[in-house]
Design a protein around this ligand. Structure first.
Ligand SMILES: CSC[C@@H](O)[C@@H](O)C(=O)COP(=O)(O)O
Ligand SMILES: [Zn+2]
Length: 217
């Protein structure tokens, strides 16, 4: 069975909302980033951003519906995001995921570079960890980092290997982050929590360095 027109329009409207919110934060520099919302599980179909569009704008050609093989469900001249396969991997590995968002920000790139040579970024004791749905006292999270393979099937396979149900996101070194959740609201909350933690940590390292140099000079 294929997604109904109503289901598609609902997914497109939700993607519009998320896209404009992220665009206001400058989270789509140079047409980067891609977004998807799952429409149905069996067979998998999801709405995804078309490739190479200016994601700060709305147009009737912003989204299309694809299947689990990243192929458009309908005849269309639109090309799905070049990274659609990564969204498909997330939905296939985590059937509970209902939305998946990808952004390139300075903070997520800096964190992946600061931990160059390491396969994860870890942080503990920050209130915003609760934004990821993790409520233990003094919780520590470890966000996996994969290398930025240019070949998307290789990149998607590397992501598939490291993602876990406990942490709803993965960093791609010097590229960006993918974050997901049960629906668009939750995926957005997760992405915002990750971005807060990345910015906080990068700024904290910077300030600590400044304090150390003033006290040792
Ligand atoms: C223009 S830089 C970004 C792209 O190479 C890619 O990483 C990206 O996020 C957007 O690709 P897209 O095909 O528009 O979904
Ligand atoms: Zn990207």
């Amino acid at each position: 069975m294929t997604a109904t027109l109503e289901q598609r329009l609902d997914a497109f409207r939700r993607l519009d909302d998320v896209k404009l919110t992220f665009a206001r934060r400058d989270w789509f520099p140079g047409t980067s980033g891609n977004l998807s919302i799952k429409i149905q599980d069996e067979p998998l179909q999801f709405a995804v951003t078309a490739s190479g569009k200016d994601k700060t704008k709305l147009s009737p050609e912003d989204y299309l519906v694809v299947d689990g093989d990243s192929r458009p469900v309908d005849a269309t001249s639109l090309k799905p995001s070049a990274e659609t396969l990564i969204h498909a991997v997330v939905y296939q590995k985590f059937p509970q995921a209902g939305a998946c968002f990808h952004v390139h920000t300075v903070w997520n790139n800096l964190i992946s570079e600061l931990y160059f040579g390491q396969r994860a970024f870890s942080i503990q004791g920050q209130e915003l960890i609760k934004g990821l749905g993790i409520w233990e006292e003094n919780a520590r999270i470890t966000v996996p980092i994969v290398e930025n393979f240019a070949d998307i099937p290789t990149l998607a396979a590397a992501i598939e290997k490291v993602i876990t149900p406990e942490i709803p996101g993965v960093l791609i070194r010097n590229h960006g982050i993918y974050a997901w959740g049960g629906n668009d609201f939750e995926a957005k909350r997760h992405l915002e929590a990750f971005e807060f933690l990345f910015e906080y940590h990068a700024r904290w390292l910077q300030l600590r360095q400044a304090v150390v140099s003033t006290t040792t000079n």
